[in-house]
Ligand binder design. Sequence first.
Ligand SMILES: [Mg+2]
Length: 180
Amino acid sequence: MIILVDMDDVLADFDGEMYRLWKEKHPGKYIVPPSERKNFYLREEMPEEYGSLIKEIYSAPGFVENLPEIPGGVEAIKEIRSLGHTVFICTSPLILFRNNVLEKFLWVEKHLGDDWTQRLILSRDKTIIKGDILIDDKPEITGAETPVWEHILFDRSYNKHVTEKKRLTGWKSRKEVLGF
Ligand SMILES: [Mg+2]
């Protein structure tokens, strides 16, 4: 099988790190903690005037490179690959791509090793990428095509309303949900 795996909030803890840095830099300004988010896009549930401060954090040099791992993700995709499946990391680069694109590769090199940097697909449209399954936290994934992959949700507070898709409740549930 060809398994596509999203990066942010599936392998790398983007939201968690952003929240941590936000509290450190702007202790008086409240934003919704990751565990209580109702919206995939943080900007839709925070005051508009925080927008540029948030962007400053996630577009800063070093932010993506230093993201912590989502527990179990790195081990899981290595293991899935060792079972004979083809695994790609399929990730949408940020519109503010300058540090983001390079640092995605650096993150993968650091956490998974050099050969995994050749398994990285950067696409703002994941529907045009072929595969059997896509593991992704985004509730609805749309684009130019009707996807051929099955979307398996990676559980987050903002995708709880989607009930018709299979759901990974963390990487621990992998074997139970995927069957491998
Ligand atoms: Mg994601």
